[in-house]
Design a protein. Structure first.
Length: 249
């Protein structure tokens, strides 16, 4: 990734913050995007202190104007956009589908689906102008299989894979590769909060995969940076499961 410009959404914590560190380690100049400015500012200072090129943009990926501003910042500062990791996403309190309220549904779909669409269309425009690039969308094992009481989240993560395949087939000839990752259970604010509410579920998660542990955010970030890099130059439209074998059950 040396000399390349990368944009990372959901960069204030968890997988996104880990990705920022891994992308920088691989030589990229990064634009960090998230809603929480204090966390972004701390991460930017950490990366700059370590000698990396980093900037941040406070943005909500569900807002078109915010995403346009973030992509413009990446291009203005670094001259181009070569890679993007569309990682921003939210979950919801588990409940049966017939009890799912419209506000929860709209919130999940706005961030997880509209947000990815907003990001891709602005990133693709920038990459077309720059002669190509690579995009990785963060889906989930919930984009591959279904589990009870998480209908909106499951639908949103399946939609991410649909957008990934559509864009991959549409822009390959113009030098833009689009792929997705499907992480399993990963240490993050979202899953830690869920496990605090449902402490018995951690043991269930540990028993349900060939590798009986929860991933670190860095393990997921490593997959994303590989797909964005030239090392994955013949990988297009795929979904890489990073789940400890959970989907092999």
């Amino acid at each position: 990734m040396t000399g390349k410009s990368a944009l990372i959404t959901g960069a204030s914590a968890g997988i996104g913050a880990a990705a920022a560190r891994v992308f920088c380690r691989e030589g990229a100049s990064v634009t960090l995007v998230a809603r929480r400015e204090p966390q972004l500012a701390l991460l930017m200072e950490e990366l700059r202190t370590a000698g990396h090129q980093a900037q941040y943009v406070v943005a909500d990926v569900s807002r078109t104007e915010d995403v346009a501003r973030a992509v413009k910042a990446a291009v203005t500062t670094y001259g181009r956009l070569d890679a993007a990791f569309n990682n921003a996403g939210i979950g919801a309190t588990p409940k049966p589908m017939h009890l799912l309220d419209e506000d929860t549904y709209d919130s999940v779909m706005d961030t997880n689906v509209r947000g990815v669409w907003n990001c891709m269309r602005h990133e693709i425009r920038a990459m077309l102008a720059g002669g190509g690039g690579s995009i990785v969308n963060n889906s989930s094992t919930a984009g591959l299989v279904a589990t009870p009481v998480t209908a909106a989240y499951i639908a949103s993560k399946h939609a991410v894979l649909g957008f990934t395949k559509a864009a991959a087939s549409e822009y390959a000839a113009q030098g833009i590769r689009v792929n997705a990752i499907a992480p399993g259970s990963t240490r993050s604010e979202m899953i830690d909060a869920w496990l605090q509410e449902n402490p018995a579920m951690e043991e269930v998660l540990l028993q349900s995969a060939p590798l009986p542990r929860i991933a670190s955010p860095t393990e997921i970030a490593e997959a994303a940076v590989w797909l964005c890099s030239d090392r994955a130059s013949f990988v297009l439209g795929t979904t890489l499961s990073v789940d400890g074998g959970w989907t092999t059950r």
